[in-house]
Design a protein around this ligand. Structure first.
Ligand code: FES
Length: 255
């Protein structure tokens, strides 16, 4: 599929021309567009619930830059060629994700005013959906307060697993955003997570086809996802560490 034939998810505005991502076969992520890469910490409240992102260090990007997705580079977030040394039995970078639109496989939770589509394979384990109230329960509550909380939880979902729909218009309630690229860092789990792409980045597979363009996407950078090139939350169970400095844990201590 050429870029002219992209599948664009309803509610997503494609990033301006020149902004896209290319997955290299057994190699890095090529980031096109010159977007600065910014660390984003998942910040918890006192009970450990994910509540907000907090920006950390920035990594100015060139017009095209190679970003590590095997987890082994000594120059993260950038690629240093370490993928050429890895044993394919330990880290297999083969893409396994489907090219089917997300909504063909998502489940729908129906509420009185809003509904929620949920495609679990895009879960990046950021846990905003479980912020005291669970988003699957909250969407079933009428009223403005419930709407605000439901949208807060869904819109922070880095991988785009969760989308809120307006029952009247039958359209997603999704914010259109400028393209941004973030390195997720999980303060509670004390581990590093995916690359969060927001703003409708086309993602080109190493086979030349494009995945569906979505407003919120999370690309694996630990090398262990079962849904490559997307994150499936495995980084949390393996406690992936990107080794970048100055990370506060929930007590404010650097980890
Ligand atoms: S970064 Fe999440 S599974 Fe690799």
């Amino acid at each position: 599929m050429s870029q002219g034939q992209l599948q664009i998810q309803v509610g997503t505005r494609q990033a301006p021309a020149g902004f896209y991502v290319e997955i290299m076969r057994n190699g890095p992520i090529m980031l096109h567009g010159g977007t600065t890469i910014v660390q984003q910490f998942i910040m918890p409240d006192e009970s450990g619930t994910s509540t907000a992102y907090q920006a950390g260090d920035s990594y100015p990007a060139k017009a095209v830059v190679a970003v590590c997705r095997c987890g082994m580079s000594k120059n993260k977030p950038f690629c240093d060629g370490s993928h050429k040394q890895i044993d394919v039995n330990e880290i297999d970078l083969t893409e396994t994700a489907s090219f089917q639109p997300e909504l063909t496989t998502a489940e729908l939770v129906q509420g009185p005013e809003r509904s929620l589509s949920d495609d679990e394979k895009f879960c990046a384990f950021a846990r905003f959906c479980d912020a005291g109230q669970r988003v699957w329960n909250e969407v079933q509550v009428a009223g403005k307060a419930a709407e605000d909380l439901t949208l807060h939880m869904a819109h922070h979902c880095p991988g785009g697993r969760l989308i809120v729909w307006d029952n009247k218009t039958q359209q997603p309630i999704e914010s259109t955003e400028d393209p941004s690229v973030s390195l997720i860092e999980d303060v509670v789990q004390e581990c590093s997570g995916p690359i969060m792409l927001r703003g409708g980045f086309p993602v080109k597979s190493s086979n030349g086809h494009f995945y569906e363009v979505r407003n919120r996407q999370a690309l694996c950078r630990c090398g262990q996802s079962g849904n490559k090139p997307f994150c499936d939350g495995t980084h949390a169970s393996m406690k992936f560490q990107d080794g970048l400095p100055n990370k506060p844990n929930k007590q404010g201590v650097v980890w």
